[in-house]
Ligand binder design. Structure first.
Ligand code: GTP
Ligand code: MG
Length: 222
C-alpha cells in the first residue's frame, strides 16, 4: 500500500500533530512512519518530522508529518509549525479527561494560526487502556460532529486504527482538493499548483524547516 521511495509522488501534503503532552502524538507518528512504538515517556524537543508515501484514489501522496511537544513552552514555534499544513491530527488520551477538555483550546489555536481549509481529525488515543477510559466514545464523537471534525479512536501501542487515521485524513484532504480544482486530476506526476503544500515546498525548507530531523526522515522529506 505504500512506497517509501523519494522519487515519485503526485502530491505532497503537510500534516501536523497537535494535542496535550503525553497523549501519544510521537508514537502515532513513529507507528505510521516506521511501525515503531516506544514505551518510554520522552517529551518531544522542538520539532520533528517524518514522511511516508501512501496511495489515495490511485495517486501517490507523500505525507510529511510534523510533530512537536504539547507543552506550553513551545508556543513560540506555532506560526511556522502550521504554515502550509493541509491536515491536522488533534490527539487526546481517552484515559485523561483533561486532555479531551483541552481539545477546544487546540481548536482555537488552529483558528488563530492555521488555514481555514485545514482538515482536522480528532483522535482519541490509547484505546488499549479500556479499564482506564474516562472519555466516552460517544461524547467525543458528538463533539467532533458539532465541530465538523473527523473522529477516530486509536492505539499506537496495539497498532489499532493508526493506519486508518492517517489514511482517512489524507483521503478527505485529497477529495477537498479535487473539489477545488477537479481539472488537476488530469495532470499526473507533478505537485499540483494551488495545493498549500506547494507553498511549503518552495519556501519551507529555507525559512521554517524543523530544527531536528528524525534519522530516517532526512531522505524522504524535502
Ligand atoms: P509530548 O511530546 O510531550 O507532547 O508527548 P506525545 O504526545 O508525543 O506522547 P508520546 O508519544 O511521547 O507518548 C507518551 C506516553 O504514552 C509514552 O509513555 C508512550 O509509550 C505512551 N503511549 C503512547 N501511545 C500509547 C497508546 O496507544 N497506548 C498506551 N497504553 N500508551 C501509549
Ligand atoms: Mg512527542
Amino acid at each position: 500500500m505504500y512506497d517509501q521511495s523519494n522519487e515519485n509522488f503526485d502530491y505532497l501534503f503537510k500534516v501536523v500533530l497537535i494535542g496535550d503532552s503525553a497523549v501519544g502524538k510521537s508514537n502515532l507518528l513513529s507507528r505510521f512512519a516506521t511501525n515503531e512504538f516506544n514505551i518510554d515517556n520522552k517529551p518531544t524537543l522542538g520539532v520533528e518530522f517524518a514522511c511516508r508515501t501512501i496511495v489515495a484514489e490511485n495517486k501517490h501522496i507523500k505525507v510529511q508529518i510534523w510533530d512537536t511537544a504539547g507543552q506550553e513552552r513551545y508556543k513560540a514555534i506555532t506560526t511556522a509549525y502550521y504554515r502550509g499544513a493541509v491536515g491536522a491530527l488533534l490527539v487526546y488520551d481517552i484515559t485523561r479527561m483533561n486532555s479531551f477538555e483541552n481539545v477546544s483550546r487546540w481548536l482555537e489555536e488552529l483558528r488563530d494560526h492555521a488555514s481555514p481549509d485545514l482538515v482536522v481529525m480528532l483522535v482519541g488515543n490509547k484505546s488499549d487502556l479500556k479499564h482506564l477510559r474516562s472519555v466516552k466514545t460517544e461524547t467525543a464523537k458528538f463533539f467532533a460532529e458539532r465541530n465538523r471534525l473527523q473522529f477516530i479512536e486509536t492505539s499506537a501501542m496495539d497498532n489499532q486504527n493508526v493506519e486508518n487515521a492517517f489514511q482517512n485524513l489524507i483521503n478527505t484532504i485529497y477529495q477537498q482538493l479535487q473539489k477545488k480544482s477537479p481539472e488537476s486530476s488530469q495532470t499526473p506526476d507533478i505537485i499540483k499548483e494551488g495545493s498549500m503544500s506547494v507553498d511549503y515546498k518552495l519556501r519551507g525548507n529555507h525559512i521554517d524547516s524543523p530544527q531536528k530531523y528524525k534519522d530516517n526522515s532526512d531522505k524522504c522529506c524535502l
